[in-house]
Design a binder for this molecule. Structure first.
Ligand SMILES: [Zn+2]
Length: 536
C-alpha cells in the first residue's frame, strides 16, 4: 500500500484536505440469504469488508456497527401497513391468511422473496444509512460509508427490484433535519411577517395551553395559526438543507426519484441503462414536477458504457449540478452492477472508472454519504467497494490482493482490478454529446440555488387520490428473469460463514439508543403556531 502520510485521515484530492471517514458495518449482514439462485447476495458485503480489513483500510476510518432502524424510523417514509407486514412476515407465516392476501399488493414474491430475517436485514441496511446521516449532520465525519445501503428501488408501500426498505430516502430525510431548529424559528418569523403584510383570517381559539412561565389566566387571547399538510418542500428556503442524490447503479434510481419528485430540497441525478430494462423509468424528459421541476435529472444510456464515455458525461454534468445547486450534503449510490461483466448489468466500467465518480464528488469537500446498491457478480462487487473505500480514505491500494477468507473467489488473477471486456459501446459519441448539452441546458435553467422567496399563500401539494386498482391483475416488471446462471454456481451457494476473528472483531456502536430516538421526526406535517396576548 502506498502511504506516505499516515494518520487516521489522509490528505488527498485537489484541495489536499483531510477527510474523516466513518464506516458502518453489521457483522451478521453476510448471513442473510435471499434463496437458491437469487442474484442478490448480502454475502458480497462481507466479502468487501474482508478485503477492506486485509488491506488495513479499517485502521483509517472510524468503524461503527449500525443501530437497527426501528419500525418508527422506517415509517418516516414507508406506509404503516407495509411496515407492519415486513416486520411480521416470515417464510413460515407467508401463506397464512393475514399475510398471503398482501403479497401481491406489497409486490413480495419473485424478485423480492420473503426470507429468514428479512426485517432484520432491512433494519441493518436502513440503520447504517440513518447512522451515516447522523454522523455527517453532527460534523463527526466528512464521508460516511454504508455498503449495505443503496436499496434505491423500494417504494413507500411496496418492495421492488430486490429492495424492501429505502434506506436512501430515510438517510436523506435525516440529512434534511440539520439546522432544523434555526429553520423553524425563521419559519415563525417569516409567518409573522407574512401575517403583518397580508390580510389573512386568524383562528382565535380558547384552547387551554400551559407554558412554564405563563398561566392561562394571565392571557387575554391566544391566536392559533394552523397550516395543514405543511411540507418542507413548500417552506421558504432560507436555511433549509439541500441534498444532492447521485445514482450510478445500472438501473434507474426510481424509488428515490419518486420520493423527492415534487421538491427542490433534494435533487436526484441518475445515470442508468434505459430501454427495455428494469425498472423502465428514468427518461431524459423526466425532470420533476411542481416545485421539483428541474430538480430531477436522468441520464439514459445504452449497453457498453466504458470508463471514458462515462467520465465524459459524469464529470461535466456533476460539475454543473454542484455549481447551480450548491448542496449541503451529497449522497452517492454506488451500485456495482454498472461494472463490466455484471450478471444483470450491461455496462463495461472498470473498478477505477466506477470509482472515479466517488473521487470526483469527494473533491468538492461537501459532506458525503456513500452507499452500495446493486451488483451481482459478487467478486467484482467486493473489489469495487473495497477500492472505493480506499478512495474515500485517500490511499491507493496495491493491485495484488492480500490473502483473505474468500481468496478463491478472486482467481485466477487474484488482483483488485479487472480489465473491462471488448464489448461494443452502443452509445455513440455524437448522441452522448447531444445528451450532455441538453442536460447542461436543463441545468442552466436553475440559475441560482432554490428560491428564497416566501410565497404569500403556502401551496399545499395534495397527493392525488389513489385510483382503485385490482392489485392482483397488475403485473410488475421484473429486474431478473429468474434464470439461474450456471457459471456463477459457486456464488449461488449459501454462504459458508468463514470463521474469522476479523469478521468477528467487535465494532463500536454508533451512539446510544437515545440518539436513535432523537432521529424520529416528521418532515411533512401540520404546523401550529401559537401567539398570545398577555393581560395588561
Ligand atoms: Zn441495479
Amino acid at each position: 500500500m502506498e502511504d506516505t502520510t499516515g494518520g487516521v485521515s489522509l490528505p488527498s484530492g485537489p484541495d489536499a484536505k483531510k477527510r474523516r471517514v466513518s464506516y458502518f458495518y453489521e457483522p451478521t449482514i453476510g448471513d442473510y440469504y435471499y434463496g437458491q439462485g437469487h442474484p442478490m447476495k448480502p454475502h458480497r458485503i462481507r466479502m468487501a469488508h474482508n478485503l477492506i480489513v486485509h488491506y488495513s483500510l479499517h485502521r483509517r476510518m472510524e468503524i461503527s456497527r449500525p443501530f437497527p432502524a426501528g419500525p418508527e424510523d422506517i415509517r418516516r417514509f414507508h406506509s404503516d401497513d407495509y411496515v407492519d407486514f415486513l416486520s411480521s412476515v416470515t417464510p413460515e407465516t407467508l401463506h397464512d391468511h393475514t399475510h398471503s392476501r398482501h403479497l401481491k399488493r406489497f409486490n413480495v414474491g419473485e424478485d423480492c422473496p420473503v426470507f429468514d430475517g428479512l426485517f432484520g436485514f432491512c433494519q441493518s441496511s436502513a440503520g447504517g444509512s440513518i447512522g451515516a446521516a447522523v454522523k455527517l449532520n453532527r460534523g463527526d465525519a466528512d464521508i460516511a460509508l454504508n455498503w449495505a445501503g443503496g436499496l434505491h428501488h423500494a417504494k413507500k408501500g411496496e418492495a421492488s427490484g430486490f429492495c424492501y426498505v429505502n434506506d436512501i430516502v430515510l438517510g436523506i430525510l435525516e440529512l434534511l433535519k440539520v439546522h432544523r431548529q434555526n429553520y423553524i424559528i425563521l419559519q415563525v418569523l417569516s409567518f409573522i411577517n407574512w401575517i403583518l403584510s397580508s390580510s389573512v383570517s386568524l383562528f382565535i381559539s380558547n384552547i387551554s395551553i400551559k407554558t412554564p412561565n405563563l398561566l392561562y389566566s394571565e392571557l387575554e387571547a391566544i391566536i392559533v395559526v394552523v397550516v395543514n399538510d405543511f411540507r418542507l418542500s413548500d417552506a421558504p428556503n432560507i436555511t433549509g438543507q439541500r441534498v444532492l442524490y447521485v445514482d450510478i447503479d445500472v438501473h434507474h434510481g426510481d424509488g428515490v426519484e419518486e420520493a423527492f419528485f415534487t421538491t427542490d430540497r433534494v435533487m436526484t441525478v441518475s445515470f442508468h441503462k434505459f430501454g427495455e430494462f428494469f425498472p423502465g423509468t428514468g427518461h431524459l424528459k423526466d425532470i420533476g414536477v411542481e416545485r421539483g421541476k428541474y430538480y430531477a435529472l436522468n441520464v439514459p444510456l445504452n449497453d457498453g458504457m466504458d470508463d471514458e464515455t462515462f467520465r465524459g458525461l459524469f464529470r461535466p454534468i456533476i460539475q454543473k449540478v454542484m455549481e447551480v445547486y450548491q448542496p449541503d450534503a451529497v449522497v452517492l449510490q454506488c451500485g456495482a452492477d454498472s461494472l463490466s461483466g455484471d450478471r444483470l448489468g450491461c455496462f463495461n466500467l472498470s473498478v477505477k472508472g466506477h470509482a472515479d465518480c466517488l473521487r470526483f464528488l469527494r473533491s468538492f469537500n461537501v459532506p458525503l454519504m456513500v452507499l452500495g446498491g446493486g451488483g451481482y457478480t459478487i467478486r467484482n462487487v467486493a473489489r469495487c467497494w473495497c477500492y472505493e473505500t480506499a478512495v474515500a480514505v485517500g490511499v491507493e491500494p496495491e493491485n495484488k490482493l492480500p490473502y483473505n477468507e474468500y481468496y478463491e473467489y478472486f482467481g485466477p488473477d487474484y488482483t483488485l482490478h479487472v480489465e473491462p471486456s471488448n464489448m461494443e459501446n452502443q452509445n455513440s459519441p455524437k448522441d452522448l454529446e447531444k445528451m450532455r448539452n441538453m442536460l447542461l441546458e436543463q441545468l442552466s435553467r436553475i440559475q441560482h440555488t432554490p428560491s428564497v422567496q416566501f410565497q404569500a399563500s403556502p401551496p399545499i401539494t395534495q397527493v392525488p387520490a389513489e385510483v382503485e386498482e385490482d392489485m392482483d391483475q397488475r403485473s410488475k416488471p421484473r429486474i431478473w428473469n429468474g434464470e439461474d446462471y450456471g457459471s456463477e454456481s459457486e456464488e449461488d451457494e449459501k454462504p459458508r460463514h468463514h470463521s474469522s476473528n476479523i469478521d468477528d472483531q467487535p465494532v463500536a456502536n454508533s451512539g446510544t439508543r437515545e440518539d436513535v430516538k432523537k432521529l424520529t421526526c416528521c418532515p411533512d406535517a401540520s404546523i401550529a403556531l401559537f401567539f398570545w396576548v398577555k393581560k395588561a
